[in-house]
Write a protein that binds this ligand. Structure first.
Ligand code: COA
Length: 195
């Protein structure tokens, strides 16, 4: 990764960790969340226009991939999940349902959760589809690579299109992790043979 971006990322992540420590916030990786908390998270995704609605069932499915939480006194103050898309026998993970409690916003905790998830999936295909320039910048900080739709196999596009935010390169930008980037041609070839 570009070393200036890497230094910037490490500084921001260090700041976020220091903020957590100073405020009694704990970063947790888990495969378990109570039904009541899942219900709250699901409602949140429904009510916030920037989020894609995830039902409790969808969240339970995503929980199989594990999720990162920011906790304090047993309460959830931040979360991020990974949404697994299956293309033929292959899995492509997409970051999803990122949220930070209003009290703790703008202290880089969103980026901290994105960093944790990116690190967890270094040996998997990870994709981020987003609109906001801040997220694009964060993706670059996290070492993700910008790709265009023509770089992706039509089979993969078809699957991801179900999210309703593909084939729109004006609004959205696509970033993949270095592992995905390194295998993209191979992956496209495998998928082409399946058509
Ligand atoms: C988006 C969110 C998680 C950012 O949390 P945060 O801890 O404040 O993030 P950071 O401190 O790392 O980054 C701060 C800036 O980056 C933006 N940002 C970071 N990640 C973002 C994301 N995934 N989507 C949109 N904006 C994001 C923040 O909005 C903020 O911008 P601002 O200064 O113009 O307000 C938080 O604002 C939130 O929970 N919003 C409601 C839910 C939501 O929009 N989720 C993202 C769906 S893609």
């Amino acid at each position: 990764m570009n070393s200036i971006l890497n230094i910037e990322k490490n500084t921001v992540v260090d700041k976020a960790n220091a903020f957590c420590k100073a405020n009694g916030l704990e970063l947790v990786f888990t495969y378990e969340i109570s039904k009541a908390d899942l219900q709250i998270i699901s409602e949140r995704t429904k009510n916030l226009p920037a989020m894609y609605h995830a039902s409790v069932g969808m969240l339970l499915d995503r929980l199989k991939n594990g999720c990162f939480l920011i906790m304090k006194n047993g309460e959830i103050y931040g979360h991020i999940f990974a949404h697994r898309h299956t293309i033929e026998k292959h899995s492509v993970y997409e970051r999803s349902s990122l949220w930070i409690h209003k009290t703790y916003r703008n202290h880089n905790l969103g980026l901290l959760l994105m960093d944790c998830l990116t690190k967890k999936f270094t040996k998997d295909f990870l994709i981020s589809i987003a609109q906001e320039p801040t997220v694009h910048h964060n993706n670059e900080l996290l070492g993700m690579k910008f790709i265009t739709l023509k770089d992706l196999s039509p089979v993969l596009i078809e699957t991801l299109e179900k999210l309703g935010k593909l084939r729109d390169e004006y609004k959205y930008k696509y970033y993949v992790n270095p592992y995905f980037e390194s295998k993209i041609n191979q992956f496209n070839k495998v998928l082409k043979n399946k058509i």
